[in-house]
Design a protein around this ligand. Structure first.
Ligand code: MN
Length: 287
């Protein structure tokens, strides 16, 4: 199933090129309480129970997908986790451009440097532009597979890791280059893109063999396959869960291959991942 948020916070199920508004199913979610409970994203946490209702609601006259504004398919993650340096060819290109990649890492080994976090407030969907807040600095695209956690997981065993996944989406780990800590440079408003929808895990039997690519203004910049990851998806989930309890809706951006490049206002990034989706994301100046 393909699940999205669109327009003015409507909930949708996507079939082919059509979005069905299934927002009435939200009435079946547990009522919100204050202060917010720390159980993760309420919809993702209840997705399995609501699946039949979502299927049943996705009928009638739909809306052309091309005409909706896609928001992030996860409304309220408790964290966005980034996996650094997870493709050999990206490590090589970073080493060759040390004047641009000035952030000092202890090593390029992921176990040594650990994962990082992006602020939740940076998250947008495919229908919203990435706004460049620092026009005089170099902002790059990093095209990645986004993994969306579906249930609470702490110290998860490797063989159980994929059973914790709710689904997958295209992720853009946007970054402004420089020497500051990654958590600052990758947390600028709009610098985490997820979309255009979440494909539930049952439709992605092997997330570790997905071809993907990113083109800017029609010119291919990044092209790779998730099989080329250094740290597997299973190990990333396990590694993260050794440090933080993963909660429904948490997002892991699983690393980028070579080909990262600077974006400018007016650019359009076309992103595709096999089985998952394609999406176009615009770059604008900050208003
Ligand atoms: Mn990245």
């Amino acid at each position: 199933m393909r699940i999205c948020w669109f327009n003015d916070n409507r909930l949708g199920v996507v079939k082919g090129d059509t979005v069905f508004d299934v927002s009435k199913v939200l009435e079946k979610l547990p009522k919100p309480t204050y202060p917010a409970s720390r159980h993760g994203d309420t919809l993702i946490a209840n997705l399995a129970a609501l699946r039949g209702d979502l299927e049943a609601a996705a009928t009638g006259t739909g809306i052309p997908a091309a005409s909706v504004k896609f928001l992030s398919p996860v409304a309220a993650p408790t964290k966005i986790i980034g996996t650094p340096t997870n493709y050999h060819d990206h490590i090589a290109e970073a080493a060759k451009q040390s004047d641009v990649f000035t952030y000092k890492r202890p090593s390029s080994n992921i176990d040594d440097q650990g994962l990082f976090l992006k602020a939740n407030s940076s998250l947008i969907g495919a229908g919203e532009p990435v706004r460049l807040r620092f026009p005089d600095r170099r902002s790059d695209h990093e095209m990645e597979l986004g993994v969306i956690i579906g249930k609470k997981a702490s110290n998860i065993r490797l063989e159980d890791a994929l059973s914790c996944v709710a689904g997958y989406a295209i992720a853009l780990d946007m970054v402004v280059r420089g020497s500051q800590d990654r958590s600052m440079r990758k947390s600028i408003d709009t610098y985490a893109v997820l979309g255009p929808w979440m494909v539930t895990a049952d439709e992605v039997p092997n997330p570790s063999v997905l071809g993907f690519s990113l083109a800017v203004n029609g010119v291919t910049k990044q092209k790779s396959n998730t099989k080329d990851m250094i740290m597997t998806i299973e190990r990333q989930i396990q590694f993260a869960s050794e440090y933080y309890t993963l909660l429904p809706g948490d997002i892991i951006m699983t690393g980028t291959p070579s080909g990262v490049s600077q974006v400018k206002p007016g650019d359009v990034m076309h992103c595709e991942i096999d089985t998952i989706a394609a999406m176009d994301v615009r770059i604008t100046a900050d208003e």
